[in-house]
Design a protein around this ligand. Structure first.
Ligand code: BTN
Length: 179
């Protein structure tokens, strides 16, 4: 791995940490807040690509695991993965790899709207879907309530995806994003 790769990975791990300083918006009916931190995951996946993106998000989770309160909720340790946000966090971890796999399937000639649609499918449908699944299986919420609870995040997460796509497309033009 080149020093340039290490620098870019560190930059995105730092971005994830920085986004965690933006206070979360608590939802009274669900112990999972609205956060901005997943914008960093979307950007890491789309700009860094599957390998470097996974390392950046993985490093961030390593900090969570060793107890640093870098999540927006200021929680840390292995327990956060078993808590109400566990499914969403698993989604964050797999986003760069799954998005990267989808990009390979789409091929190099994919249009911007296809890349954006794929990022939405992975960063919103998959992540919020895994979040709902965990709320149901792990926290024993009825499936319908878990899905409805997770749907609350979709509009905001969709806006974050639009922002991530706009930034990524600009970075692609500048040859600073994975092609
Ligand atoms: C934490 O800080 O403990 C993690 C919170 C996870 C929040 C999830 S990420 C996907 C969905 N969109 C949001 O804005 N919030 C949830």
């Amino acid at each position: 791995m080149k020093p340039r790769d290490i620098a870019r990975i560190s930059l995105f791990t730092a971005l994830l940490i920085a986004l965690g300083f933006i206070p979360p918006l608590p939802l009274g009916f669900l112990p999972v807040p609205i956060v901005l931190q997943n914008l960093g995951v979307l950007l890491a996946a789309a700009i860094l690509g599957p390998k470097r993106g996974s390392i950046a998000v993985g490093l961030f989770f390593l900090l969570v695991l060793v107890g640093l309160p870098v999540l927006s909720s200021r929680t840390a340790g292995i327990g956060v993965f078993y808590g109400a946000s566990g499914g969403f966090l698993l989604g964050w971890l797999v986003t760069p790899a799954v998005y990267g796999g989808g990009r390979r399937l789409l091929g190099a000639r994919a249009a911007g709207w296809q890349r954006g649609g794929l990022l939405w499918l992975v960063g919103v449908v998959l992540v919020d879907g895994l979040g709902a699944l965990w709320l149901c299986v792990g926290l024993h919420l009825p499936l319908m309530s878990a899905v409805l609870a997770s749907l609350v995040f979709v509009p905001g997460d969709t806006l974050k995806t639009v922002l991530a796509v706009l930034v990524t497309e600009r970075m692609r033009q500048l040859r600073l994003a994975a092609q």
